[in-house]
Design a protein around this ligand. Structure first.
Ligand SMILES: *[C@@H]1O[C@H](CO)[C@@H](O)[C@H](O)[C@H]1NC(C)=O
Ligand SMILES: *[C@@H]1O[C@H](CO)[C@@H](O)[C@H](O)[C@H]1NC(C)=O
Length: 239
């Protein structure tokens, strides 16, 4: 697998120790949403959609999030699931996804704290042979695009990130695609990290046009959809 972007070797001198305990492994087939908050009635200002419960569909084979046209507030409706387990910490976070192939639709899985630190995996319908691995810190994004040897919209593939105190390792189908130790993350005992699954529509072409593209609802009958199953969290036990 080819890696576009920088592979970074600088090692941080982080000193914080996460003394959190009591988190055990979580496996979510995503057949139900009992352990999630289903976002409803809001969505970041610049997005072209508002999170709407009815766009998040559960089934025996996982979860599907669709983009709809029934939003009262924004051009479109979209969906988000937030896992109820909060105060998450270092560990491995993984999921299987089938991305949308509609330009402008984002299929994502990420950890977020205080809208200040985010560790992301984002697939966009602009290019289904790329996966975006991103880490946000101090309001700065650090995305890296990874060339993938398959079409992310055609089949299930697993995507994961391994969050450690001084580095983050992203993997696709069990193969390491990126390892970064150049970006600090706020330690988990200083912020409330939550795990989020969402799919949304970008309508402002001037923002990130080369990343997701501008969403237009397909006129050919295709339903803009993103699928998810088998999410898991394996915390690193801090001694
Ligand atoms: C992944 O999800 C599928 C469909 O829900 C299920 O059949 C399978 O057992 C799951 N795999 C794992 C490793 O949980
Ligand atoms: C990632 O980089 C860190 C720091 O350079 C290193 O300790 C770790 O072993 C690397 N992990 C993998 C999977 O390459």
């Amino acid at each position: 697998m080819k890696i576009f972007g920088i592979l970074v070797t600088a090692v941080l001198t982080a000193t914080a120790v996460n003394a959190r305990s009591g988190l055990s492994n979580i496996h979510e087939p995503l057949n139900t949403h009992e352990n999630f908050i289903v976002a409803h009635g809001w969505g970041p200002e610049r997005w072209g959609c508002s999170f709407t419960r009815t766009q998040v569909h559960e089934s025996g084979s996982g979860t599907m999030i669709t983009i709809g046209k029934d939003s009262e507030k924004k051009p479109y409706s979209c969906g988000e699931l937030i896992h109820r387990q909060d105060r998450l910490g270092y560990g491995t976070y993984s999921i299987e996804m089938i991305a949308s192939n509609i330009v402008g639709q984002v299929t994502s899985f990420f950890l977020i704290a205080n809208e200040d630190t985010e560790i992301d995996i984002e697939l966009t319908g602009l290019n289904n042979h790329i996966g975006w691995m991103n880490v946000w810190h101090d309001h700065i994004q650090n995305p890296v695009s990874i060339n993938l040897p398959f079409d992310t919209s055609e089949d299930w593939h697993s995507y994961s990130f391994d969050w450690h105190q001084d580095h983050i390792v992203w993997s696709v189908d069990g193969q390491v695609v990126l390892n970064r130790s150049d970006i600090a993350t706020t330690p988990p005992d200083q912020a409330n990290y939550k795990l989020v699954i969402n799919s949304w529509a970008q309508v402002q072409p001037e923002i990130n046009i080369d990343w997701a593209g501008k969403f237009k609802y397909p006129k050919d009958g295709r339903v803009p959809k993103a699928r998810y199953r088998n999410m898991s969290i394996e915390p690193i036990i801090q001694l």
